[in-house]
Design a protein around this ligand. Sequence first.
Ligand code: NDP
Length: 486
Amino acid sequence: MTTTKHNYIAGEWLAGADTIENRNPSDLSEVVGLYAQADEAQLNKALDAAQQAQKKWAKVGLEQKQSILQAIGEEMMARAAELGELLSREEGKPLAEGKGEVYRAGQFFTYYAAEVLRQIGDMADSVRPDIEVYVQREPIGTVGIISPWNFPTATAVWKIAPALAFGNAVIWKPANVVPASAVAVAEIIDRQTDKGLPKGLFNLVMGSGGKIGQMLVESPEVNAISFTGSVEVGKGIAAAAIGNLTKLQMEMGSKNALAVMDDGNLDTAVACALGGAFGGSGQKCTASSRLVVHSDVHDEFVERLTAGAKAMVVDNALKVGTQIGPVVSKSQLQQNMDYMMLAKEEGAEHVCGGERVERDTEGYYMTPAVFVGTSNKMRINREEMFAPIACVIKVDSYEEALETVNDTNFGLTSGIITESLARATHFRRNAQTGCVMVNLATAGTDYHVPFGGRGDSSYGPREQGQYAAEFYTSVKTSYVHSGMPV
Ligand code: NDP
């Protein structure tokens, strides 16, 4: 019998008002589990507990805080194979990617464990005599974290770990299609309540975005909200949060472009395009869905890209050898099929893929698609599809490539494949994106450096690395007159 997994509130596992079923997108006959849905009373309980626990956390010593976060990270890394499989079962990404994601989540915790000991302020002499000025960072209080389904563990953890490291309490609402990974993270964090982590410092409230998510972002008890998801929902969250002047950080969609130049290494270009466009079934905010290709290498690039796309193994996420798992849900698959239709209606030339396919187990499988002859004005090149669909745009020069890359409302990542130092440098300086990749895929980032974009892709301070302090802390400037000449 499938047991129901509960919400984690004030250090207790609480049954919800309701329950949802979580199914494996690679095998719809398999129920991954049943998950509780929080109601308003539970959210309020979590908010109260968070406020109390955050004060207790402030009294926990730095070394103890460091070792708690370190232990959480180490458990995640040690259990990456087991929890990665669970992640792949509920989200559909191939096993290696699921394991890699959980391991990476562990690294976020160990990185921020060390960051606990690196919170050093500034000191200055005042412009007035005998006065010293201290600049220090302090926690902001309770942070509401709303995470998406495409990186169920990593995206949430790269918010939770710095929130805790910088002294805050957390209320986490994960995406409702991936609750299993959320419960696994909460179980690991819960183990640290025996080691000094105050009960209620970290709370998991599962439930739908429209209900519990909306209540969370509207709550005046929440001091800051970190959100990753769609632009539309992000704008709604911003509107709700601004009423309380809640601090906000949002990572949203993108429409990333990879520019392939005539002087570029075509092996690198094809490998980066295949991985960037189709990895994670194209369900990445960093996916290379626009491939901007110089006319001199266009035909050969397309030929090799198409051969590569056709050779990619689409199958059950848990099968050895699978390169592309199913897409996450029925509605995502339907949306992808709608985009396939739209591409044809807009006049794009269909080269391969984009078909629904059947495998041994019933799931949301589709083959990776390539379109050529597309223009940057088409909707398929302007809207985030979140699908394994790559659109090639032919250009005649580096200048046209750069202009095309920048012609978007988004601005998360961009990439260039070139052997020219001059072009690489110019591109790095002039691409209007938060992250720029040279001879690398647009997807794939590190955990110790800032991550974020421009335009509709991001709002508020950067995530990750030391830059995360900007969002998770508030700066205090103290003036001290000691009473004696200094
Ligand atoms: P959403 O933006 O709807 O969901 C992201 C998170 O926000 C989920 O936890 C969701 O909960 C929650 N949420 C939804 N509505 C509200 C609300 N009113 N108040 C507070 N929280 C809310 O993205 P989807 O999952 O529906 O995906 C739709 C599209 O968004 C994708 O096709 C893709 O284009 C884009 N997207 C981009 C991501 C990125 O990394 N940049 C990540 C995910 C999606 P619930 O799961 O219950 O709906």
